[in-house]
Design a binder for this molecule. Structure first.
Ligand code: ADP
Ligand code: MG
Length: 324
């Protein structure tokens, strides 16, 4: 009996020796989605991490090109081609994100509208020039933002109006983070965190326990630390991209109801397993009053943290279980 026990211990030692204890590795990419992406994973070797990191980076680059509204790429029909009126087959990811966005549009009562491109491009140009948009110009552009004007038929996509354009800024990073996390899992990654410009996806755990993700306070510092394993955390905030005219701050999330920067919140953070949905919800909730946002969250079983203009923090009921 004693011998069997000794042999068993020896076998276990040999087996566990096959796989080195996982170590923490990380990499950053600065060439996707005009932001910084951080990938952290616990792996048994540098080679294993490098293989995963290369795959993640390539997938993010591929999706970045598909959703890019500023550049075209040889041999690819992307979001810019669609805005330029190019007909033909489009990548399945573009068809899928448009389909999902139409659903989020109706669920959010139009607060999230990817067909807002013509209005958003005016705001974009004004931000660069540090001037305010002309109210009449904004209004005339808003006549070209009907989401029903985007039709997807198999792999063909059409915009019904030549003045219309799509802008995927509110949903592309979350969707890309989700797809990349799925790819990493299919390649055997178990314990990792991927942050595409703050759109964070977590899978598994660290050896010491859950991932700890800080929610940034709109005024700097950390508002709250969340302990998660498997969830995504996405924030939309007025402090992420903005400019100032005559002492007033104008940020980048536009309320489709009045075509001006949404003014209810400083930030909204959404916690939900699926990162595409979390990204869509965070932008939608940023434009919606609390009651409407809470109803939308409930539909998905997602959680949120709202920070009001005067710094008041409101959490949905389930946030407490993640709070550290
Ligand atoms: P960020 O991309 O800064 O993390 P969001 O996910 O909230 O934040 O997306 C903001 C971006 O979405 C804007 O830069 C713009 O491209 C686009 N956008 C702004 N307002 C809306 C809106 N109401 N509906 C859809 N897209 C929007
Ligand atoms: Mg978003």
């Amino acid at each position: 009996m004693k011998r069997v026990f000794v042999i068993l211990i020896a076998a276990l030692t040999v087996l566990s020796g096959c796989k080195a204890a996982p170590k923490r590795f990380s990499a950053s990419y600065t060439d996707v989605f005009d932001t910084v992406t951080d990938f952290t994973a616990y792996c048994s070797s540098q080679e294993e991490f490098d293989r995963l990191s290369k795959a993640a980076h390539e997938e993010l680059l591929r999706l970045h090109r598909i959703f890019d509204i500023y550049n075209t790429y040889d041999g690819l029909n992307n979001a810019k081609s669609l805005n330029d009126g190019v007909s033909g087959e489009y990548p399945k990811e573009l068809c899928e994100i448009i389909g999902l966005s139409k659903q989020w549009y109706s669920e959010s009562d139009g607060a999230l509208n990817i067909a807002l491109g013509s209005v958003l491009s005016l705001w974009h140009d004004c931000r660069e020039a540090k001037v305010l948009p002309d109210a009449d110009e904004l209004k005339s552009r808003s006549a070209h933002c009907d989401i029903d004007g985007i039709t997807v038929d198999g792999r063909n996509i059409r915009l019904s109006d030549s003045m219309m354009s799509i802008d995927l800024g509110a949903v592309a990073k979350g969707y890309a983070a989700q797809k990349t996390a799925e790819l990493l899992e299919s390649l055997g990654a178990e314990n990792f965190a991927l942050s595409v410009g703050g759109n964070v996806v977590t899978r598994g755990k660290k050896p010491s326990g859950n991932w700890e993700i800080g929610i940034q306070s709109p005024d700097g510092g950390i508002l709250m630390t969340l302990s998660v394993s498997g969830e995504s955390i996405v924030t939309s905030g007025d402090y992420q991209r903005f400019y100032e005219v005559d002492g007033v701050i104008y940020h980048h999330i536009i309320d489709p109801k009045n075509l001006w920067p949404a003014s209810l919140w400083r930030s909204v953070t959404v916690i939900f397993e699926d990162s595409s949905t979390a990204d869509a919800l965070s932008t939608a909730l940023f434009c919606l009053p609390y009651e409407d946002g809470a109803k939308l969250l409930e539909k998905y079983g997602a959680e949120a943290v709202w920070v009001s203009k005067d710094g008041e923090i409101t959490c949905s009921e389930g946030v407490a279980k993640y709070e550290k």
